[in-house]
Design a binder for this molecule. Sequence first.
Ligand code: ATP
Ligand code: MG
Length: 211
Amino acid sequence: MRGVFISLEGAEGCGKSTQSALLADFLRVKGLEVVTTREPGGTPTGEMIRDILQHHASGEDIAPGAEVLLFAASRAQHVAHVIRPALERGDWVVCDRFVDSSLAYQGGARGLGIDTVLAANEIALDGVWPDVTFWLDLPLDAALGRVVARGAHPDRFESEETAFHQRVHDAYAALAVRFPERIVRLNAAAAPEAVFAELLEGLEPNLETEG
Ligand SMILES: Nc1ncnc2c1ncn2[C@@H]1O[C@H](COP(=O)(O)OP(=O)(O)OP(=O)(O)O)[C@@H](O)[C@H]1O
Ligand SMILES: [Mg+2]
C-alpha cells in the first residue's frame, strides 16, 4: 500500500519547520511511520548539491538553468532514494519544501517560467507528486519580522529586494490556483497551534483513509 506524501511550502520564516515537527509528532503518536525530510538536500548527494547551491565555492556565478537543474538533480536523488521507497513501505513522508519551491522561486520569482521549470523537473519527480501540499501564506512584513526575531542574518532575507519576495508569494498563489486539488493554503500569520489545526483539517481526507 502506498503511504501519504505531504510537502510544506512558503517563504523563509513562514513556519515550515515548525509545522513539520508538529505534524510528525502528531502522526507518530497515532502509531504511523513517518519520514521527515527537506529540500534541497535529503540525501548525501543532495546535501553536496545543496552545498554547491548555497556556497558556490568556485566563486563563479551559477547560471539560472544550472541552478534549476541542480535543484532537480538533488530532487531526483531524493525521490529515488528516500521518498519513493518510504511511500512503497506505506510510510508517511513530510517534506520541508519540494517541487513547488523550484516552481515558485526559479519559475516565478526568477522569471524562468513555471512551465519550463516543471518540464525540467519531470525526470526528477518520475511521477511522484505530493498528495497534499500546505502553502504557509505569510505577509511579507511578518516574514521579515520572524527572521529578525530568531536572530538569523536579516541581510540574507533583505538582500533580495522586496519585489523578489512579492514575486515568490505571487507564484505560490498562482500554483494554488493551478493545483487546487493538491495545494491547501494556510493562514501562516496565526499562532502555531492555530495553523496546525487548519493543517489537520486539510489532512482529514488522508487521515480518514488510514482508519
Ligand atoms: N505561527 C507562528 N507564529 C509566530 N511565530 C512562528 C510561527 N511559526 C513559526 N514561528 C517562528 O518563526 C520562526 C520561523 O519559523 P520556522 O523555522 O518554522 O520557519 P521556516 O519556514 O522553516 O523557515 P526557513 O524557510 O528559514 O527554514 C521561528 O523562530 C519560529 O519559532
Ligand atoms: Mg525551516
